[in-house]
Design a protein around this ligand. Structure first.
Ligand code: ADP
Ligand code: MG
Length: 332
């Protein structure tokens, strides 16, 4: 991507040699890097501690004294929460936090390197995924969510293709995609076809970015967080409902994997908001014509406006469409 661009240097990060930029956000930059002492390849997420307002950004000379004295804390000051949640996590479907430290101006998260990049890019590259490939991907995501919801009491709250990462650059079996809904030109480059692999060859997918995640259930006390026994029913209910936001997102990701475009889309943000609120989406022809009724049934139970009716992670994993990948029992 930006391999030839000169890499910035950060005070306090001398231990790591930055190789290329892998992603960026409003307050963070993520780099592929090498640990100089061990030679280990890692990802380093660099988060600025202080926000620069639009007029100040990129014009350090004019930073007024007041601003320097009293820096405003960024939205991402919840970085400490992100780190705390990630520290408690150990699951093969979740990107590992290896190390966390800070300098005066930055926080540094040293992460397990996911060389294959975002699921988002793979969808763009191949237009859409076959059902078996989509199943292979979404089941790995679901295993991570099951662990978060059921063993950690954590809701991720930002599940989307940009936050789902491939460990290695995937080898994607080719198929004959329909033209994209948006009339983009056909993508020829779909990777190598691996005969006989049938959808198993796309590799490990993991959940990243705990920047918006939240602990909603205390696994030690088996109670909703931060309450001791005077818990109101809406708080107890909130624990289940907040988990259901991740399941809605899983429905959106699965829908997108299968057809190549998201279930809810509109250029006008008001209209998009209205569609989501009403749960107005369709299985648009011709893109959905050859997709199984089982897949559609599953999506219908995820993109369900009433969170009480929406599938939980367990119900999702028990659905026949997910079970179809299970290794058949040995012959008697
Ligand atoms: P933000 O909170 O800014 O969205 P993320 O943690 O999602 O930060 O990281 C931003 C982007 O950086 C991701 O969408 C992804 O492209 C890349 N990225 C993040 N973590 C890794 C990682 N461990 N390995 C490779 N790339 C990563
Ligand atoms: Mg992100």
């Amino acid at each position: 991507r930006e391999a030839h661009e000169t890499m910035p240097t950060y005070k306090g990060l001398e231990q790591y040699k930055l190789i290329e930029k892998m992603g960026d956000g409003a307050f963070s930059n993520v780099y592929k890097a090498i640990d100089a002492s061990t030679g280990e390849k890692v990802a380093v997420k660099v988060v600025r501690k202080y926000e620069l307002s639009a007029s100040q950004a990129g014009d350090d000379k004019h930073l007024n004294k007041e601003f320097k004295k009293k820096p405003r804390v960024t939205e991402r000051a919840n970085i400490l929460k992100e780190v705390q949640i990630m520290r408690g996590i150990n699951n093969p479907s979740i990107v590992k936090l290896l190390l966390f430290f800070e300098s005066k101006e930055h926080y540094f998260l040293v992460l397990e390197l996911m060389e294959g990049g975002e699921l988002f890019h793979q969808i763009v590259k191949m237009t859409y995924f076959s059902e078996s490939l989509a199943r292979h991907v979404i089941l790995q995501v679901a295993e991570g969510i099951k662990y978060l919801h059921e063993e950690r009491g954590v809701v991720h709250r930002d599940i989307k293709p940009e936050n789902l990462l491939f460990q290695r650059i995937p080898i994607i079996p080719s198929h004959n995609p329909l033209p994209s809904q948006f009339g983009d030109e056909q993508k020829e480059d779909e990777g190598q076809f691996v005969p006989g692999v049938g959808g198993g060859g796309i590799g490990k997918v993991k959940i990243a970015d705990f920047g918006l995640s939240k602990v909603v259930w205390d696994e030690q006390t088996k109670t909703p967080c931060g309450t001791v026994g005077y818990t109101a029913p809406e708080i107890v209910r909130d624990e289940r409902y907040s988990k259901s936001v991740d399941m809605w997102a899983v429905g959106c990701v699965l829908y997108t994997l299968l057809c190549g475009f998201p279930p809810f889309y509109d250029e006008k943000i008001d209209e998009l908001t209205r569609k989501v609120a009403m749960g107005h989406y369709t299985f648009l022809s011709p893109w959905w014509d050859s997709i199984s009724a089982s897949a559609k049934d599953l999506i219908t139970h995820l993109l369900c406006v009433d969170p009480a009716q929406r599938y939980t992670i367990t119900e999702f994993l028990d659905h026949p469409w997910c079970q179809a990948s299970a290794i058949p029992p040995p012959a008697p």
